[in-house]
Design a protein around this ligand. Sequence first.
Ligand SMILES: Cc1cc2nc3c(=O)[nH]c(=O)nc-3n(C[C@H](O)[C@H](O)[C@H](O)COP(=O)(O)O)c2cc1C
Length: 186
Amino acid sequence: MRILVGITGASGSPYALSFLKLLKQKGVSVEVIVSEAAKKVFSLETGKDLEILSELSERLYHEDEIAAPPASGSALYHAMVIIPCTMGTLAAVAQGLAKNLITRAADVMLKERKPLVLVVRETPFNLIHLKNMVAATEAGAIIYPAMPAFYHRPQNLTEMVDFFAARLAEFLGLQIEELKRWRGLG
Ligand SMILES: Cc1cc2nc3c(=O)[nH]c(=O)nc-3n(C[C@H](O)[C@H](O)[C@H](O)COP(=O)(O)O)c2cc1C
């Protein structure tokens, strides 16, 4: 499996980090595109510099590398995940504004009818956000909001974030044996 990961400047960079670590552990081939805003938010929220994104991926692209492979449908990715996904990037994807490598690659995934997962993060939503989520869904994207679960009783933030990342990986078709599953009450 080859996965393309876009990281934008929404709060929630730890989700991206956890997801990339899990994909690497599972031997998945990953390429990453990072937006300018994400560079700032990622460092702020994770305390790590971008070097770690290079270590966790086969290639790291910057949003202005518009001629890079992800800009073309001939590049073979099974799925693209934008994690976290800002309302700005959601809007661009929903309206087909392929102005940087992330939004162009997302546009390509939609035209090639391949899975595009948007881990949107904002609260509260305004009507524009909600309409853009509908438009993106109608175009074939999957809105996968950064909404953590609590039924597995996370003991700390790391467990909460890792659970979200593991569920996302399973959503893409990977098998995560270590995932705590709901087994019913009692
Ligand atoms: C600390 C920080 C947190 C942010 N969190 C969010 C967020 O959760 N959702 C969002 O849509 N934008 C958020 N933003 C704003 C985006 O970073 C900003 O709109 C940016 O232009 C998005 O660009 P991009 O989509 O190319 O990454 C945040 C900005 C900062 C500095």
